[in-house]
Ligand binder design. Structure first.
Ligand code: ISL
Ligand code: CA
Length: 553
């Protein structure tokens, strides 16, 4: 059995990873050319954001054919080759399974539109007549799209039509896709918005007494039948392979995450949660600026503690991440790019790699890539365009402010090309990339990071190795130390007779930390200088340490 609890997983968003054929778009052969780099970094698996055929309205999360590869990225042969080359290096490939919806260019949907008697009508949600309900989509529109005299449900972009999982034939088709790729040798799936596959019976309006579109929330998230479908998927597919089922469970609660991932329920192996990503956002998500994107370190700590304790104590399991293709680069939010750039990038790495759960790295994070300064002319992301309009229409935000907010939060921030070198176009391509390139590639790039002993990249390698060496980081319990202290996060990880102590100052100011208990200690890792563990310590901004400790008896 492969052990996903010991793995480090690296997310590739293919369009911006590496271009091999000079069209300015990342591709499969580009990924193959960087496998040695990834091997050297020490990762065990790659989660590949979607590479299936797609009109790219949502950059691959709108699939038009699950059995072919987007030609901009290569061919099925290239993909098979990627699998083979990755296997050679002991790297697993995890596919993105986008099965809550298909593109409206998918043949099922086209067939459903063209033929009123088609069985594919029941693959989706079509309703005649009036607007069926007041649901707001994730991307800020009505969740219903009008097409002639009917509507179809699309809870994300208007060209992503929701599949009707109630229909057993839909589920069968999904299982068929999964088997096709598992039989090819992929290690598993990251399942896109998998906890939204059950829509509330009868599709009633949400809070009908309120004016305007309402986010359907519990009417589409974590519905009662999600677990039923996952159990069936497990029985029909997952249980037959040595594979990983990772759920992107959007806005999931700890209770539901435990339900999905506790092995006794036979559903998924792990899930992501959204609470850190949404820190400082208003209740409608990242375009809801009403909290000013402000949060405290104490809130950050409380979220950590809630998830760590509830998962470990109840047999649940999560993937830990700070960045992905849906969030701007987090170093600006949780760290300090001006004064403590390297220190904070490394402190955050220590955090992400020492928690209970499998750590994820998003491409470019390992070299400390930052957010570019975007203008509205640089936008590519459909969520950004739609949410910009929604801010103006629904929240009556003036255009120039809406633009500022969108520049600040758009997913485009995380989707600029990876900086491989100082060369023109950052070594990503020999031509102008498809999306804005962050001009700071001359200062932040893989080439320089590799050369510099003290680089963020070399620090990531150390973090990855630490997990390989210390089982307590992979399997151990989690215990908060000084839970209420508002600046420094500290916790212990225990497994069998091994104990690790982690202390991280998350603040931009020096902070004092009082620690009681007498221990023998071994210093394992720091972003400053190794120092003794004593009861009273002043930690510099973002100073972080990992110790192995044994009680003095
Ligand atoms: O980005 C978000 C936070 O503001 C989310 O609402 C995001 O849309 C949600 O996490 C679901 O994401 C996944 O499904 C989307 C796709 O656009 C994202 O890229 C994907 O990660 C629809 O398929
Ligand atoms: Ca290319």
């Amino acid at each position: 059995m492969k052990d996903y609890k010991k793995m480090t997983i690296y997310q590739i968003w293919p369009r911006s990873f590496k271009d091999s054929n000079d069209d300015g778009i990342g591709d499969i052969n580009g990924i193959i050319s960087k496998l040695d780099y990834l091997k050297d970094l020490g990762i065990d698996a790659i989660w590949l954001s979607p590479i299936y055929e797609s009109p790219n309205d949502d950059y691959g999360y709108d699939v038009s054919d699950y059995y072919s590869i987007n030609e901009e990225y290569g061919t099925m042969e290239d993909f098979d080759n990627l699998l083979k080359e990755a296997k050679k290096r002991n790297i697993e490939i995890i596919m993105d399974l986008v099965a809550n919806h298909t593109s409206t260019s998918h043949k099922w949907f086209k067939e459903a539109l063209n033929n009123p008697n088609s069985k594919y009508r029941d693959f989706y949600f079509f309703r005649q007549g009036e607007l069926p309900n007041n649901w707001l989509s994730f991307f800020g529109n009505s969740a219903w799209v009008k097409n002639n005299d009917e509507y179809y449900l699309a809870t994300f972009n208007t060209t992503q039509a929701d599949l009707n999982w109630e229909n057993p034939e839909v589920r069968k088709e999904v299982y068929k896709i999964m088997k096709y790729y598992l039989d090819k040798g992929v290690y598993g799936f990251r399942m896109d918005v998998i906890n939204t596959i059950d829509k509330k019976e009868g599709l009633p309006s949400k809070n009908p007494h309120l004016k305007g579109y309402q986010f359907p929330d519990d009417y589409i998230i974590d519905g009662d039948k999600v677990s039923k479908y996952l159990k069936e998927m497990n029985k029909e597919v997952l249980s037959k392979y040595d594979c990983l089922a990772l759920g992107e469970a959007v806005l999931v609660t700890p209770e539901s995450a435990i339900q999905y991932t506790n092995p006794k329920n036979k559903e998924l192996n792990m899930t992501f949660h959204f609470d850190l990503a949404l820190l400082g956002c208003g209740e409608l998500g990242k375009y809801d600026f009403r909290k000013g994107y402000k949060f405290t370190i104490k809130e950050f700590k409380d979220i950590t503690s809630l998830w760590q304790n509830s998962m470990y104590d109840n047999g649940g399991y999560i993937g830990n991440y700070l960045s992905n293709h849906d969030q701007k680069r987090p170093i600006e939010r949780f760290g300090d790019i001006k004064k403590y750039y390297k220190e904070s990038a490394k402190a955050l790495a220590i955090y992400n790699f020492t928690l209970y759960g499998t750590p994820f790295i998003y491409q470019g994070e390992e070299i400390g890539m930052t957010n570019p300064k975007l203008s509205y002319k640089d936008w590519k992301d459909p969520e950004c365009f739609n949410s910009y309009n929604a801010m103006k229409k629904m929240l009556h935000v003036p255009s120039f402010i809406a633009k500022k907010i969108a520049n600040f939060v758009t997913r485009d921030n995380a989707r600029t090309p990876v900086h491989w070198s100082k060369e023109k176009y950052a070594g990503f391509s020999n031509v102008e990339p498809w999306i804005h390139l962050n001009p700071n590639y001359k200062e932040i790039n893989v080439e320089d990071n590799l050369k510099d002993e003290d680089s963020i990249l070399n620090f990531y390698k150390k973090c990855i190795n630490l997990r390989k060496e210390y089982d307590s980081l992979c399997y151990g319990s989690y215990t908060d130390i000084q839970k209420d202290y508002p600046y420094i996060i500290s916790y212990m990880r225990n497994y069998k007779d091994e104990s690790l102590l982690i202390i991280i100052n998350l603040d931009k100011k020096p902070r004092e930390f009082i620690f009681d208990g007498k221990y023998k200690f071994k210093h394992l890792l720091t972003n400053y200088r190794p120092r003794n563990l004593v009861s009273n310590m002043i930690f510099q901004p973002f100073e972080a340490h990992v110790y192995k400790i044994t009680p003095i008896t």
